[in-house]
Write a protein that binds this ligand. Structure first.
Ligand code: NAP
Length: 465
């Protein structure tokens, strides 16, 4: 059944509006002040796109579509309610579902069209199915590692990269053969099976903590496969949305790799975070200066300018609301308090921004690395809360350090540095931090939420009631 011309035009106009909303959504999402509007624009765009698609007269039966919508909603609602710290694995699961959908649509399109599949169509179809299948298993593996259902540590063996590249090469060779001989339907299952296996093997050598970067790369693959699907089913909206997804995922991976001073090859093949941990553990205990919550409160209360540097430990301890109370208590005393946000602090892009926004800390107090670094020499106290690698001066001074060259927050240039963490354990990169041994540094040992709470009590006098 064909769709009447008027309906077809209405559908195209709605698709155009959806595509515009997707573009605006990405633009708005790039700043905290407009991020909510960005999410809303994306949601409306997606609802319009689904609604317009349902207008197609080519749909012969709505029964399965309704079942799909109901099942999707049942899975989607709890997925949307996960803890903030579980967002990376939740995102990986959405990629897995999207990629599975792309691979299934590609498979059905092939069997509907074979043996008469034009060369261009067969090329994009192969790309769709290969990328969709490897993204499906790759994303499931990434989610499993992050959720710690699967072992987080990198699993490596000799010749691993050769095996992986050979598998990918075989699937590309099968795709080329099918482009030339699209009637060879018995070969098509290989286009699904080999990339499914490749997706698993691709993730095995990557450490759990590198997963956020990998997930954003898989995001890019999922987008590219969706764009390829757009060519196959002749949907301009899918081509636009897939291209946006593909390019934004890729750009994000590049930004994250740069901020960690790592190359893609290092993330994908580096088995990072494994060797250095033992090196740090082997180090001899060196003396550090420590202070109590009472002492810390006295120093903070007497300061003019304080910069708070949040990191992964603040997220683990869920200390953001206590940090807000500290911000309020200090601001009330006339202390100028700012927050220094490193692009890869925490374990996912925007991790600190999201947590601090959740605690209603004003956006204009959140300064990114380039803006805050020149201010550290005039800062009385840099208060580091559960951050480690993003403050490590070795990135500037020690060419042998694995993080050498990574841009860092120059907290060691502040007059006094205070660091809240539970002990002397290293952070993500698994290395010791010179910052802790400086004369100007005071270590405040304890859980971030409890310790910040104690400081707040001292400042507000509650502790003496
Ligand atoms: P980090 O270097 O991983 O250090 C976090 C510190 O928090 C640890 O040293 C730990 O020390 C402390 N900590 C843990 N739980 C705590 C608690 N309950 N209370 C107080 N402290 C606690 O963190 P970061 O400075 O934020 O750096 C992020 C790292 O992750 C960078 O190396 C970055 O490259 C990497 N990374 C980031 C992303 C991203 O997108 N943001 C993605 C992948 C990798 P104790 O155990 O002694 O308490």
């Amino acid at each position: 059944m064909t769709t009447p011309l008027v309906t077809e035009q209405v559908i195209e106009i709605i698709y155009l509006i959806s595509a515009t909303l997707f573009i605006l959504s990405l633009k708005w999402l790039s700043a905290p002040a407009t991020a909510r509007r960005g999410v809303f624009a994306g949601e409306i765009g997606m609802i319009l796109a689904i609604g317009a698609t349902l207008l197609y007269r080519g749909i012969v039966d709505y029964k399965w579509i309704v079942i799909g919508l109901v099942v999707g909603t049942i899975i989607g609602i709890p997925l949307g309610r996960v803890q903030m710290t579980a967002v990376p694995q939740r995102t990986a699961l959405s990629h897995a579902f999207g990629a599975l959908c792309v691979a299934l649509v590609g498979t059905s399109e092939y069997y509907l069209r074979a043996p008469d599949v034009p060369k261009f169509m067969m090329s994009v179809l192969s790309m769709e199915v290969i990328l969709g299948s490897l993204t499906f298993t790759g994303s499931l593996m990434a989610a499993g590692k992050l959720q710690e259902i699967l072992p987080q540590r990198p699993i490596t063996y000799k010749g691993q990269n050769v095996v992986n590249i050979a598998l990918l090469a075989v699937s590309v060779a099968v795709a080329v053969y099918l482009v030339l001989h699209p009637g060879e339907t018995r070969l098509f299952p290989l286009l699904i099976a080999i990339p499914l296996l490749f997706g698993v093997l691709m993730i095995i050598p990557i450490g759990g903590a590198d997963m956020p970067t990998v997930i954003s790369l898989l995001n890019s693959y999922a987008g590219l496969s969706a764009a390829a699907m757009g060519f196959v089913i002749d949907s301009k909206l899918l081509i636009v949305a897939g291209a946006l997804d593909g390019s934004s995922g890729f750009i994000l991976s590049v930004i994250m790799s740069k901020a960690m001073n790592r190359s893609f090859t290092n993330v994908l093949f580096g088995a990072f975070g494994q060797v250095q941990v033992s090196a740090a553990a082997a180090q001899e205990a060196r003396p550090v200066h420590t202070a109590t919550a009472e002492e810390a409160a006295a120093i903070l209360g007497a300061a003019n300018a304080v910069v708070i540097v949040p990191g992964y430990g603040m997220a683990v301890a869920q200390a953001q609301h206590k940090v807000r109370e500290l911000y309020d208590a200090l601001s009330k005393r006339g202390v100028d308090v700012k927050f220094a946000i490193h692009p890869v602090a925490g374990r996912m892009p925007g991790h600190m921004n999201v947590l601090l926004a959740e605690a209603d800390i004003p956006y204009d107090k959140l300064l990114d690395m380039e803006a805050i670094n020149p201010e550290f020499p005039q800062t009385d106290v840099a208060l580091v809360i559960g951050a480690n690698d993003v403050t490590n001066p070795a990135a500037r001074n020690d060419p042998k350090s694995p993080i050498y060259g990574m841009p860092i927050l120059d907290v060691d240039k502040a007059r006094t540095v205070m660091v809240i963490k539970r002990g002397m354990s290293p952070g993500f990169a698994g290395i010791d931090n010179e910052l802790y041994y400086l004369d100007k540094t005071l270590m405040l040992f304890g859980d971030a939420r409890a310790f910040v709470g104690d400081i707040v009590r001292q400042l507000t006098g509650e502790g003496h009631g």
